[in-house]
Design a protein around this ligand. Structure first.
Ligand code: ZN
Length: 534
């Protein structure tokens, strides 16, 4: 324990030196540059933070350094009259001001996507990057004013006093919360009192073991030990929510069974940690060429692949055949190109399709360990690729190792619409001796499912899903404005039994192309006819 504390101190000191060194060597900003003090305080209700920008000379507009992809719109409220916040820019409608203030409060503990800020027990975890102001026009210092609270990030862990504390190297997530509720294990920060020590040390050693496994596998040195911020809310149905940014995961456990070591729940959580720990150790795609939409299949696919590999190290066989990955991906995307899916958010790009794409690399190269060595080559600090992974570099390394077909096969799945491509992918794999097949029925069923999903996406807002029970399709459609019930049980589409997919897909497609309605017959004898157009 002492050694760790010493290392943290030495390392912390090292970081400070670098920062001061940079400041004196590269202080090129003009003397007239406006300085901003950003002051963070917890809201009295502990459900968010207040953020006040104070300028050393009056300012009537500024923009943020990092695009927040709609996060500010959801969580930020302007507290200064006559000031508007639009996308990543702030503007005063009544001339220059000395101060502009916001409150940041996530809606309903918003965990989907990348929330920028979550409430965790009596504290908050917030993304410091989103607070930084455009550095070309301003210099910014961030202070935290929260007497008796604890502030923890990658590079600091301090008990705050009544003096505002300056965050010298604001990067990534920070936890700000009640000192009395915070307990630290090696890599788990517990932001609640209710936890049983054995559960915490179980999760803690799990994270450390998994992290070490990936680090060894990929020959990667861990510069920032991954951390979990853990919070539990007992009076909730069993479940968990989590999000990850950089090396920090915030995990919100719900329900009492967590304290009773429910096996199934713990397994699900372990799988989640395995997947996310890969992102923490295995690098991010950081470059200007790849949008998230273009690259998410590679990062998610690799996380799934390596997480399954880790699972397979144990006594139970978790391996899955390439045919199974192929079938599952086909069923989910049918004729849609993976990078241009019509579903509402990019997050819906199925990870299983990414896993299929990365899993064919070892088959094409005829080397089961090739993906591991490719990934570690791409992460090597001194290499040409540095740690800035990109999709193009991935293709390049695969090609250099002896396969020129990979990019073409990937393009079929990523950019090419239509069902015919599945046969081409199967043929390319058959050519290298990988047995894989695709049936006509499989393609038709997948296309039918896609059409129904598309119709639901057009007509319903809010969460939606469907499942089949025998030859009945159950659509779960709360908030649906298209005339569906909360749960519609469809037995027939366009006068054809649901099970006879080939028969109704043709009519469904025809009617939609003519902008007509599609007839669904329900189990109770009623009908619904949502309008269909594309
Ligand atoms: Zn992921």
């Amino acid at each position: 324990m002492k050694l760790i504390q010493i290392l943290v101190r030495v390392f912390g000191g090292f970081l400070l030196l670098i920062v001061f060194g940079c400041a004196s060597n590269f202080a090129t900003s003009p003397a007239s540059q406006t300085h901003i003090s950003a002051i963070i305080e917890p809201l009295p209700s502990a459900n968010g933070i207040s953020l006040s920008y104070q300028f050393d000379q009056p300012v009537d507009n500024f923009s943020f350094q990092h695009k927040a992809r709609g996060i500010r719109k959801i969580a930020w409220t302007v507290q200064t009259p006559n000031v508007e916040l639009i996308d990543d820019a702030v503007r005063s409608l009544s001339g220059p001001l000395n101060q502009i203030a916001f409150s940041i409060r996530p809606e309903n503990q918003w965990f989907d996507g990348d929330p920028g800020l979550v409430v965790l027990g009596n504290g908050v975890v917030f993304d410091m990057d989103y607070i930084l102001v455009d550095e070309n026009s301003f210099s910014t210092s961030i202070f935290v004013n929260a007497p008796e609270a604890t502030l923890i990030s990658n590079s600091l862990d301090v008990a705050l006093s009544s003096e505002p504390h300056e965050i010298v190297n604001p990067k990534g997530f920070a936890y700000l919360g009640d000192s009395n509720l915070v307990e630290r294990n090696l890599s788990t920060i517990v932001a609640a009192r209710e936890f049983e020590a054995p559960l915490v040390s179980l999760l803690d050693s799990l994270l450390v073991d998994i992290t070490n496994y990936y680090a060894n596998l990929l020959s990667r040195e861990i510069t920032h030990q991954p951390k979990i911020f853990l919070f539990i809310e007992e009076d909730q149905p069993l479940g968990f929510k989590g999000f990850v940014n950089g090396n920090i995961a915030a995990i919100h456990l719900q329900g009492k069974p967590w304290l009773e070591y429910n096996d199934r729940a713990l397994n699900q959580l372990a799988n989640y940690i395995q997947h996310e720990a890969f992102h923490m150790v295995g690098g991010r795609l950081e470059n200007d060429v790849d949008t998230r939409q273009r690259s998410v299949w590679l990062t998610e696919g690799a996380a799934e692949y390596f997480s399954r590999k880790l699972n397979s190290e144990g006594s139970i066989d978790y391996s899955v055949s390439i045919q199974t990955l192929f079938d599952r991906c086909l069923a989910l995307i049918a004729s849609q190109p993976l990078t241009k899916m019509e579903l509402p958010t990019e997050a819906r790009i199925p990870p299983i399709c990414g896993e299929f794409l990365v899993s064919i690399v070892p088959l094409l190269l005829d080397d089961p360990e090739s993906l591991t060595s490719i990934w570690s080559e791409m992460l090597k600090p001194g290499s040409r690729h540095g740690t800035k992974l990109s999709v193009s570099e991935f293709y390049e390394v695969v090609e250099r190792r002896g396969d020129k077909r990979y990019e073409g096969i990937a393009a079929l799945l990523l950019n090419t619409p239509g069902l015919a491509r599945w046969q081409k992918i199967a043929e390319a794999l058959n050519d290298v001796g990988v047995e894989i097949s695709v049936t006509r029925e499989q393609l038709t069923t997948a296309e039918g499912t896609r059409l129904i999903h598309k119709l639901l996406a057009q007509h319903c807002r809010g969460p939606r899903a469907f499942r089949t029970e025998g030859s009945v399709l159950i659509m779960i459609t709360p908030d649906c404005s298209g005339g569906f019930h909360d749960e519609a049980r469809v037995i027939e589409i366009e006068s054809h039994p649901l099970a006879n997919v080939a028969a109704w897909v043709e009519q469904f497609t025809l009617r939609c192309s003519r902008n007509e309605s599609v007839r669904f017959l329900l189990q109770d004898g009623s009908e619904i006819s949502p309008q269909c157009s594309y």
